[in-house]
Ligand binder design. Structure first.
Ligand code: HPA
Length: 278
């Protein structure tokens, strides 16, 4: 018998995290919510919450970004069992692909079948004003990482697109009926941590990108690979560099996040309500 390959240290973290979380809660989330910059406090809408601080999970990577607290909030939203991941991990913090994708892989191990990934993004399309909500219907991987996670060959598959367009359209229709308009577009993933130059944004626009940001793509790909159905929703927090000529800052990103909070909460409630039930 060939020997099993040794467990990667970061996969041991995953096993240990599942065990530790099971001491805290038996809840099996159906929907995982990964919340981006300035949106973390949406976890406060979760009822019957059990909060697991990720610093209590041995080896769990630490987020160092302002507006990203490391907590997993288990509970109920519109009668749907959920886990909210607060404290997204970014490649630009020096985290490996395994670390960045750990939260979605953990959610899968805990029972999740669906994931919504939200982020803050810069708008490249001139009509995407700050506050626009854009479904990610396709992406461009400007980071060009092709790691292999858990022996998978996902990166070599002909169809790499992780986005669940049928689910996205159903949610968008429900929202439109409630008077909430959403857009669709292509998200370009950059490593960051700096925002782009105006010349880069002009280039990305010509390549077909509608929005730009520093997250979500690795989690989406890993989530799909793990068998989750995936939605990605960008909040356009600012016009990307050079689009309006106004200077960019992280404060504006957080401020727009606060401004769209109630709309995003409605989006999340519609998604959760749709997944509730036996
Ligand atoms: N560029 C990259 N990432 C971002 C931006 C941006 O303009 N806004 C929010 N996240």
């Amino acid at each position: 018998m060939p020997e099993a390959p040794p467990l990667h240290p970061e996969d041991r973290v995953l096993d240990d995290a599942v065990r530790a979380i099971r001491f805290a809660t038996e809840l099996e989330p159906r929907l995982a919510l990964v919340l981006g910059s300035g949106l973390s406090d949406l976890a406060e809408s979760v009822s019957g919450a059990t909060v697991v601080d990720t610093t209590d999970l041995p080896g769990y990577p630490r987020s160092t970004v302002e507006g990203h607290r490391g907590r997993l909030v288990f509970g109920w939203l519109e009668a749907c069992p959920v886990v909210v991941v607060q404290g997204r991990l970014h490649a630009y913090e020096g985290h490996s692909e395994r670390a960045v994708t750990l939260p979605v892989r953990l959610a899968r191990r805990l029972g999740a079948t669906h994931v919504l990934l939200t982020n803050a993004a810069g708008g490249i399309r001139p009509d995407f004003e700050p506050g626009t909500l854009m479904w990610i219907t396709d992406h461009i991987d400007w980071v060009h990482r092709r790691p292999v996670i858990e022996g998978s060959t996902v990166w070599a598959r002909p169809d790499r697109s992780p986005w669940d367009l049928a689910w996205q359209r159903r949610v968008a229709e429900r929202l439109a009926a409630l008077g909430i308009t959403t857009q669709e577009g292509t998200y370009l993933w950059t490593l960051g941590p700096s925002f782009e130059t105006p010349a880069e944004i002009r280039l990305f626009g010509r390549l077909g990108a509608d929005a730009v940001g520093m997250s979500t793509v690795p989690e989406a790909v890993a989530a799909r690979e793990a068998g989750l159905r995936v939605l990605g929703l960008s909040t356009i927090t600012n016009a990307a560099a050079g689009i309006t000529g106004a200077p960019l800052n992280h404060e504006e990103v957080l401020e727009t996040g606060r401004r769209v909070r109630s709309r995003l909460e409605q989006v999340i409630r519609v998604i959760a309500g749709d997944l509730a039930g036996p």
